[in-house]
Ligand binder design. Structure first.
Ligand code: PEP
Ligand code: MG
Length: 578
């Protein structure tokens, strides 16, 4: 039995067989197999060779590469792939060392490449690049097969990986994928967010662990405590099965709150909205008692489909979300691509520092065609219900004005064709940079609402990458700087009389709800599975208690003190939520 500690990012317990997914560009970890799996792995390696030869033959025969240097390079690759001694070396390695085909291919080819690199002859040392290329070719077939297998799962598994892209996470079949455990990532990385929306327990930032999971390993994922247990002993397994039962009972009890209002004991009403990535998730928000959509992350339309979505793709998606909430707010955030959410198809030249680069509203303002297409669709959908548009990552007034000007242009275009839209559609922005937080009073004068994106606001204020496991412990909303910046934005929004919500992960963290209420927040937007628990907290406290807590927090000067105080406060009122 092995116990690993990481960060729990989506609550719940999952117990199932572990499946390790390797990413294409990642070092393949050594993974042992059972004696009974040797033949299968050897056959997988042979199949990968056959498939690589087939695809190389096909590529080399294309007209464009009939002549020249590329053809010579491919000939070298082909000779290598057909070399019987080389192939035998790999299958012998699987046989003797009892490792996966991926590991054998990677280990042997990297050994050959580093041997070439060490030879003091430029012609030979340059051949190392060919060897790495051959490794990639073979791995593409081996890992591709794995991806296919993931699509056709027939039994329950937990997915273990170095990291998962948001698209990968979102594409897993929830019927069979019961949990995620990743070596990388942080509390608010997008993989974490998606697992929470899907209601799948997940633990991230586990450090080196994929090599510890074999093909037969049973894995427990404890998303509440941030723990992963590989091959648990009988007693641990029994305890966890009990614990999982208690949790499902608790969740079941919470569902009874569905039709009760999110209202404090002293009758202050709070609005609970849902965060969604895909339109079909609106129904889950409604089922959990959500009162609308506070954040529709539309970039997933770009990430998922492969090609750039058309105006009709946008419109259909928005119409589907609005259909569930035809009388309640649906806040559509314009695409927030960039950083860790950028599809290959529209990737620019790689940026050195993408988190500070051409992302989000900046990308839209430089790619007017794409931006206008989305705005047209949002405007068309605006007549279907209470649709609101929101611009992400706005850093200054100039950007807000530019975005609004483009929105007006699009309205004029629609006027020309007599296409109906709501000319009074509310326009809001996300506050997720220190720059916008510090100038919130100016921004509030020119928009209808703010939504505070604490995930990015914390990242940019504390200079802590939200997806980097090495600094994940530094990422905390309990830092005095964050409390102060939140207080200031809430004050500016309330003073200007505009709408205000919090839609970052803090809004679904039981420990922060009393503080947010005490600082004056009355609308929260969060992943649907968390809505009942947050409602339960709201219904168990008084605003008096929350105000007093917020006042005490304001006097503290360290993250640890604040965190302890918040935890104590909620655990005294509702011990089962912490
Ligand atoms: C945020 O930054 O807090 C937010 C809600 O947006 P996203 O997580 O999509 O960046
Ligand atoms: Mg953000």
């Amino acid at each position: 039995m092995e116990i690993r500690k990481g960060i729990g990012v989506s609550p719940g317990i999952a117990i199932a067989k572990g499946v390790v997914i390797d990413s294409k560009d990642y070092r393949i970890p050594r993974r042992s197999i059972l004696d009974s799996q040797r033949d299968k792995e050897i056959q997988r390696a042979r199949n990968a060779f056959a498939a690589a030869i087939r695809s190389l033959t096909e590529i080399s025969s294309r007209k464009t590469i009939e002549e020249g240097k590329i053809k010579d390079i491919f000939a070298v690759h082909m000779r290598f792939l057909q070399d019987k001694t080389f192939r035998k070396r790999i299958t012998d390695f699987i046989d003797k060392e009892r490792v996966t085909a991926e590991y054998a291919v990677s280990a042997i080819l990297r050994e050959i490449a580093s041997h070439f690199e060490g030879i003091d002859d430029p012609y030979i040392s340059e051949r190392a690049a060919d060897i790495y290329d051959i490794e990639k070719r073979l791995l593409t077939h081996l890992l591709g097969k794995m991806r296919e297998e993931m699509e056709h799962l027939r039994e329950e598994v937990v997915v273990v990986a170095h990291d998962l892209t948001p698209t990968q996470t979102a594409s897993f079949n929830k019927t069979f994928v019961k949990g995620f455990a990743t070596e990388a990532g942080g509390r608010t990385s997008h993989t974490a967010i998606i697992s929470k929306t899907m209601g799948i327990p997940a633990v991230v930032a586990l450090g080196d662990m994929t090599s510890a999971v074999t093909a037969e390993s049973l894995v427990i994922i404890d998303g509440n405590r941030g723990v992963v247990i590989i091959d648990p002993d009988e007693e641990t397994l029994r305890q966890y099965r009990n614990y999982a039962q208690q949790i499902s009972l608790f969740v079941h009890q919470l569902d009874e709150l569905k039709d009760k209002p999110a209202q404090t004991k002293d009758d202050v009403r709070v609005q609970l909205l849902g965060n969604i990535e895909f339109p079909e998730e609106s129904q889950a928000v409604a089922d959990k008692g959500g009162e609308g959509i506070g954040l529709y992350r539309t970039e997933f339309l770009y990430l998922y489909g492969g090609a750039e979505p058309t105006e009709e793709d946008h419109y259909q998606a928005y119409a589907q979300a609005v259909k569930v909430f035809s009388r309640q707010p649906v806040v559509i955030r314009t695409m927030d691509l960039g950083a860790d959410k950028l599809p290959q198809t529209i990737r620019q030249a790689p940026e050195t520092n993408p988190v500070l680069g051409l992302r989000s509203i900046r990308y839209c303002l430089q790619n007017m065609g794409l931006f206008k297409t989305q705005l047209r669709a949002i405007l068309r959908a605006s007549v279907l219900g209470d649709v609101r548009v929101m611009f992400p990552l706005v850093t200054n007034l100039q950007e807000l004005r530019q975005a609004k000007m483009i929105l007006r242009d699009v309205m004029e275009d629609l006027d020309e064709y007599a296409v109906p839209y709501n000319a009074k559609m509310p326009v809001g922005i996300m506050i997720e940079t220190p720059s916008s937080a510090l100038t919130a009073n100016h921004l509030a004068a020119e928009c209808d609402f703010f939504s505070i994106g604490t995930n990015d606001l914390i990242q940019y204020t504390l200079a802590v990458d939200r997806g980097n496991e090495h600094v994940s412990l530094l990422f905390s909303a309990a830092e005095p700087a964050i409390v102060r910046i939140l207080r200031s934005v809430i004050h500016d929004a309330n003073k200007a009389g505009i709408g205000l919500s919090v839609c970052g992960e803090v809004a679904s963290d039981p420990e922060y709800i009393m503080l947010l209420l005490g600082m004056g927040v009355r609308t929260l937007s969060l992943a649907s599975p968390m809505i009942p628990e947050i409602k339960k907290i709201i219904r168990s406290v008084t605003i008096e208690q929350c105000n007093a807590l917020a006042r005490r927090v304001a006097t503290l000067d360290s993250q640890r003190q604040i965190k302890n105080l918040l935890r104590d406060a909620i655990s005294q009122i509702l011990p089962e939520t912490v």
